[in-house]
Design a protein around this ligand. Structure first.
Ligand code: PEP
Ligand code: MG
Length: 326
């Protein structure tokens, strides 16, 4: 219950056998960061910055964005990790201002980093704002919808250009700001071993990873039996991504809905996920659940789940073996 969960306020997020993870919040504005702090988020695992661009007549400039990112970081405190995702316009999120061409398959189209790389000025404005805000907290930048190593490298090169510009202008920023990518396209999950050599971290975006793996539109209620993160093919990709990151000494988070799903948490903990990012209201309940889980037993449970035939079988296995999650 909510009252029982309150006991976990201010406590670290640790499993029954002492394995510590980070519980972070997903936000869409600087104000949400204040709510996240109230719900005892340890950090921000996903700042969806596209909402800064939507529903207005002009694009947000560098100073306005800098202000928003800085206040999010300040709301959480100087040490809290705050992951700012560059804008993810397209798919279901429209931005008429950019006058994007109409597409038959917007989820397979011109969106997110694909737009940013095509419009370097727009992208660099955002990167400069994020870098400047990094002087005020533990900010990290994350690129959405990466499919190839080339896209990551081009994004990284533009980030370096933004750094050089700011250096030349004498504007402060954090030199060691981490840069990572979302893993939400199966191509990137399959290349995670290569990507892990170059990025600072991964965050698994299961909302899109499930949609692209199962070829099922995440908005279509008729396909809900396919839009289930417990499908073994999805679990196999996630397991692969976590292993690939850890083999290179990099941390892995998850910022899709799955990270706050009580039936999924035992499996993700068993696979070794480092950071779980969810809606703020789920944080204390997830911390309470974690405290009742034994990570060493769950590694075996996760391995067994990868070997099952269906999402229903996985659900039944977790319900039976981890009754506290059901
Ligand atoms: C995801 O795809 O899982 C994700 C977190 O990003 P969004 O829901 O914003 O597409
Ligand atoms: Mg996504």
């Amino acid at each position: 219950s909510q009252a029982e969960n309150e006991v976990f306020r201010g406590r670290p997020s640790v499993s029954a056998n002492g394995v510590q993870v980070e519980l972070a919040a997903n936000i869409g504005s600087a104000q949400d960061a204040v709510q996240a702090k109230k719900h005892d988020a340890e950090g921000i695992g996903l700042f969806r910055t596209e909402f800064l661009y939507m529903g207005r007549d002009t694009l947000p400039g560098e100073d306005e964005q800098y202000g928003a990112y800085r206040s999010a970081a300040e709301a959480l405190g100087p040490d809290a990790s705050v992951v700012i995702r560059t804008m993810d316009i397209g798919g279901d999120k429209e931005l008429p201002l950019l006058e994007l061409p109409r597409e038959d398959n917007p989820f397979l189209g011109y969106r997110a980093l694909r737009i940013s790389l095509d419009r370097p000025q727009l992208f660099k404005t955002q990167l400069r704002a994020i870098l400047r805000a990094s002087a005020h907290g533990n900010i990290k930048v994350m690129f959405p919808m990466v499919a190839t190593l080339g896209e990551w490298r081009r994004a990284k090169a533009l980030l370096e250009e933004a750094r050089e510009e700011l250096r030349a202008e004498g504007k402060p920023f954090r030199d060691d700001m981490e840069a990572g990518i979302m893993i939400e396209i199966p191509a990137a999950a399959m290349m995670a071993d290569r990507l892990a050599r170059e990025v600072d971290f991964f965050s698994i975006g299961t909302n899109d990873l499930v949609q692209y793996t199962m070829a099922a539109d995440r908005m279509n209620p008729k396909l809900s039996y396919l839009s289930d993160p417990l499908h073994p093919p999805v679990l196999r990709l996630i397991d692969r991504v976590i292993r690939a990151a850890h083999a290179e000494g990099k941390w892995v988070g998850m910022c899709g809905e799955m990270a706050g799903n009580p039936l999924a948490v035992p499996l993700l903990l068993g696979m070794g996920l480092d950071e779980f990012s969810m809606s703020s209201s789920a944080i204390l309940g997830t911390r309470a659940l974690l405290s009742r889980l034994n990570q060493s037993e769950l590694a075996e449970l996760a391995a067994a789940a990868l070997d099952l035939d269906s999402a229903d079988d996985v659900r039944a296995l977790v319900e039976q073996r981890v009754p506290q999650a059901a």
